[in-house]
Design a binder for this molecule. Structure first.
Ligand SMILES: NC(=O)c1ccc[n+]([C@@H]2O[C@H](COP(=O)([O-])OP(=O)(O)OC[C@H]3O[C@@H](n4cnc5c(N)ncnc54)[C@H](O)[C@@H]3O)[C@@H](O)[C@H]2O)c1
Length: 351
């Protein structure tokens, strides 16, 4: 087990490759009330694992993005009231990023913020969503526009959850791991270059090392800039176009898959500006495709994607801003990209 410290509005540890239940036992016995938030898909398996104690209540919400809604939040508040949750009680979020996001947001709003612990069960949740203190929900005005910075008191990463994850979800999580490699960790790129998806899934040791290294990257960045004033933005590598692709596909494309497409796009953009060479662009494609991740998107989608990116831009009150590489582990931002540059780079990644 490796414990990685995160410095934020409250400091906490992310325990990688731990036994989540063994780690939780003291909390489960000390707290008067523990509200365990799970999605309907995970609830049966979680119920079987949890000790049968009167202070523990399992609360089931809808699975995936459907559960990240105002209806879920309302439901969670009512359930908290029904249980009699006070400032000293605990929310335990067990599930993928969608579940930990909404459970963390419910914890942030209940009595102006109570303790919560994240037990991520997807690779994306382990390396990304559960670390960094961003909680939130979806709404008609946009994805993740409503939320709060409210760090958990701990994150417990138990690799045994990954055995039931689909290859598609595992690969989607790998996109964020590979992203951490390009922006900050040549070591990650070295490990992923020598392993296929199936090899990785079979090797707990290699998976554990990759998760720990990715968490170290994210923990380092968010500890330096918790509220995303500048540094934290590098975690958005591949996300500008990625978010637009995700939305354009009506969320049929997984977040990680969209980020994969977005990373190849910004690599093309950076190459055109002379910031990186052809080899690094090819390395993006080779590594991402070796994990079954998409690196192309529909040619006819460009006007729609530009519109979505421009809307995002308006929300942030700045120009369309891309995080690009100047080399492995070195990033910069560009926000003066013209339509012609976007068109040329997109031509090369579209089909
Ligand atoms: N807060 C943040 O900083 C942050 C960062 C990145 C992503 N996110 C959010 O995370 C969400 C995406 O997370 P995700 O990719 O984990 O998706 P998800 O939570 O929707 O989970 C994907 C699917 O996997 C299932 N699942 C979960 N654990 C499983 C397991 N062990 N075995 C089998 N199936 C399992 C879920 O039930 C769901 O159907 C998005 O809402 C995104 O906005 C948040």
């Amino acid at each position: 087990m490796v414990a990685i410290k995160v410095v934020s509005e409250r400091n906490y540890e992310v325990k990688v490759d731990c036994d989540w239940l063994a780690e939780l036992l003291p909390e489960l016995t000390q707290r008067a009330h523990v509200a365990v938030v799970v999605s309907e898909k995970m609830s049966q398996s979680v119920r079987k694992l949890l000790p049968d104690q009167p202070n523990i209540t399992l609360i089931e919400i809808l699975d995936g993005e459907d559960g990240k809604s105002i209806e879920s939040l309302n439901f969670l508040w009512f359930q908290f009231a029904h249980i009699g949750m006070t400032r000293n009680d605990l929310v335990l979020a067990i599930g993928g990023g969608a579940t930990t996001d909404i459970a963390g947001f419910a914890a942030s709003t209940w009595m102006r913020g109570i303790d919560w612990i994240a037990v991520p069960t997807t690779l994306a949740g382990m390396v990304d969503a559960s670390v960094g203190g961003k909680t939130g929900m979806n709404s008609p005005v946009g994805k993740n526009l409503i939320g709060a910075f409210h760090s958990p008191i701990g994150v417990l990463i138990d690799l045994s959850w990954l055995s039931t994850l689909s290859d598609r979800d595992f690969s989607a999580g790998m996109a964020e791991v590979i992203k951490c490699g390009f922006i900050a960790s040549p070591k990650i790129l070295e490990i992923v270059s020598g392993n296929s998806l199936q090899e990785l899934r079979k090797s707990r040791d290699v998976t554990s090392r990759l998760i720990a290294e990715s968490v170290r990257v994210k923990a380092g960045v968010v500890s330096a800039d918790f509220k995303e004033s500048f540094t934290r933005e590098i975690l958005n590598y591949g996300h500008t176009l990625g978010h637009a692709v995700e939305r354009d596909s009506n969320y049929q494309i997984r977040h990680g898959e969209a980020v994969s497409i977005g990373m190849v796009f910004v690599a093309e953009l950076a190459r055109d500006r002379g910031l990186i060479n052809d080899e690094l662009v090819s390395e993006h494609k080779r590594i991402l495709e070796s994990f079954g991740l998409p690196t192309t998107y529909e040619k006819s989608a460009l006007p729609r994607l530009v519109k979505i990116m421009s809307l995002d831009k308006k929300n942030r009150g700045a120009g369309i801003r891309f995080v690009v590489l100047t080399g492995v582990g070195n990033t910069t931002r560009i926000d003066d990209v013209n339509d012609d540059e976007i068109f040329k780079a997109y031509e090369r990644i579209s089909v």
